[in-house]
Design a protein around this ligand. Sequence first.
Ligand SMILES: [Zn+2]
Ligand SMILES: [Zn+2]
Length: 168
Amino acid sequence: MSDLLPTCPYCCTALPKMPTRKSRCPACGLAIYVKAAPEDRIKRLVTEAEATAIEQRWQAAYAAQRDEQHIQTFGVPVPRTGAQQRALGRQIARRDLLKLQSVSRYAEISGGRDACPSCRRLEGVWEIEQALSVMPLPNETCERYQQGFQMHCCAFWGLPKAASDDPR
Ligand SMILES: [Zn+2]
Ligand SMILES: [Zn+2]
């Protein structure tokens, strides 16, 4: 394949050598792009429109890859709506609670340093059994949710501070 003379994707004029980056055809003057498609990763010379289309396919391939990793970690694809974000938040909260339950009967909601007032009010210790049935997190009235669906609720579960094994 590399023995074939490279040609301009617009006017089909043979090029003296294979361009390694975006360049202009000496015959028609149009911009030639060097692009590998996600399907085969073979570099080829393409028009500007083809380059844009290939770029979109790369974006789609990356998104699919992110979804795949997200599914492996959280069991759901990367959220694209507020409802999906909340579903994911519940899944993470549940997973955190179950993890804590293996070492403690109690868990504590912390808002973190920059918690919104609504999450701040939720701070406190819960019996994990009860927390799992009530699921107070993610906090549906978290003010961060109003800033955009990709925001996570400020509050999170941890071991009760008093009972923490933290050596400090
Ligand atoms: Zn040309
Ligand atoms: Zn909040």
